[in-house]
Design a protein around this ligand. Structure first.
Ligand code: SAM
Ligand code: SF4
Ligand code: SF4
Length: 339
């Protein structure tokens, strides 16, 4: 029987965060002052094993999920993540298997990912300007390394790629036209993401958000754009194509034009909790029942209950909350459940 939440939204997508660790320190996600040497990440025994993730995925797919995305933290720092992809590919009913990565380790990993059956890659790159990149992404990599990862992905046949770029007012907005042009020429789709108040650690302020409209206007002034229809129900990005017929971009407008009404995404954390919203405050633990010997039917019932009671629509109510209320709400962090 198909599963819907309190607002009639079906479960269609599963985002699996395979680790809470990352080799970058993006200021908007894992600020280095907080995630320093002494930070305690999850110890290995607390992480779900690949077998446990695959078992949960099989149950969640039975409930309607058809698209899977691996994320993190940085999914490529989880050892042998390609082995997980192989196992997930044995689950019947999955139409799509994607990964979001910062690309740093792609040159050495991409062939194994392809061979394991990964279908699509989204690569995060906020700016081609080295100084801006260092400032936003924490000084542990370089534009050249990310671009090398992109080239490795192209050579392995992952084209077109999606490129995620978070836009922060006064930080990288002066470089977004260059980024758009670079990937237009290479045939990839940049998705500009409005800077979001995920978690409580990045010190988000509404006035640091460059709106999707401002982003479109800046690009349109140099390379004229026109809107496109959505590809499918629940598509996150608003699409625009270049009027010269050569390529498209996407806008992820979580702040100024929320899309909760068609949100079909469930998130699984590295230690086995499911979250029904990116801005959730509390997950539902599946690891304890899993390790205590619950049957698939019993676990399915927990997931049904969780999704069945879902009323999340945080982005639609965000601007009605005062700054103080937003800060008091203890939300799950992005590096933990993976965007
Ligand atoms: N480490 C991988 C990466 O960066 O691609 C995957 C995990 S990362 C949390 C997933 C996506 O979330 C990235 O594209 C990142 O830019 C985006 N992201 C992280 N924090 C964000 C924020 N505060 N607002 C908007 N997007 C954010
Ligand atoms: Fe790491 Fe991705 Fe977060 Fe950057 S956005 S710190 S690359 S998890
Ligand atoms: Fe979905 Fe929550 Fe984002 Fe709304 S705020 S689109 S419910 S994840």
């Amino acid at each position: 029987m198909s599963l819907t939440d309190k607002f009639d939204r079906p479960l269609r997508d599963l985002r699996i965060s395979v680790t809470d660790r990352c080799n970058f320190r993006c200021t908007y996600c894992m600020p280095a002052e907080i995630f320093g040497e002494g930070y305690k990440f999850l110890p290995k025994p607390q992480l779900l094993t690949f077998e446990e993730i695959t078992r949960l995925t099989r149950i969640i797919v039975r409930l309607g999920a058809v698209k899977i995305r691996l994320t993190g933290g940085e999914p490529l720092v989880r050892q042998n993540v390609e082995e997980l992809i192989k196992q997930l590919n044995t689950v019947d009913g999955v139409d799509d298997m994607a990964m979001t990565t910062n690309a740093h380790f792609l040159p050495k990993k991409v062939d194994a990912l392809k061979e394991a059956g990964l279908k699509r890659l989204t690569i995060s790159l906020d700016s081609l300007d080295e100084d801006v990149f260092q400032k936003m992404n924490g000084g542990r990599s370089s534009v050249a390394k990310v671009v090398a990862g992109i080239e490795a992905a192209e050579n392995a046949g992952f084209s077109p790629l999606k490129i995620n770029a978070v836009v922060q007012k006064g930080v990288n907005d002066h470089t977004i036209v260059d980024l758009a042009k670079f990937f237009k020429d290479r045939g990839h789709i940049v998705r500009f993401i409005e800077y979001m108040d995920v978690g409580n650690m990045n010190g988000w302020k509404l006035d640091e958000v460059l709106t999707a409209k401002e982003i479109v206007d800046m690009i349109d002034a140099k390379m004229p754009l026109e809107p496109l229809d959505e590809n499918y129900y629940g598509e996150v990005a608003q699409r625009y194509r270049y009027k010269d017929g050569d390529g498209e971009i996407g806008l992820i407008t979580s702040v100024t034009q929320p899309f909760c009404g068609a949100c079909t995404r469930m998130r699984l954390s590295p230690e086995g909790q499911i979250f029904t919203c990116l801005f959730g405050t509390k997950g539902t633990d599946l690891r304890a029942p899993l390790r205590d010997g619950a049957t698939d039917d019993e676990i399915e019932q927990i997931i049904r209950n969780t999704w069945g009671h879902r009323i999340d629509r945080y982005s639609e109510i965000r601007t009605d909350l005062t700054e103080e209320m937003r800060e008091k709400r203890k939300k799950v962090e992005m590096y933990h459940i993976g965007g």
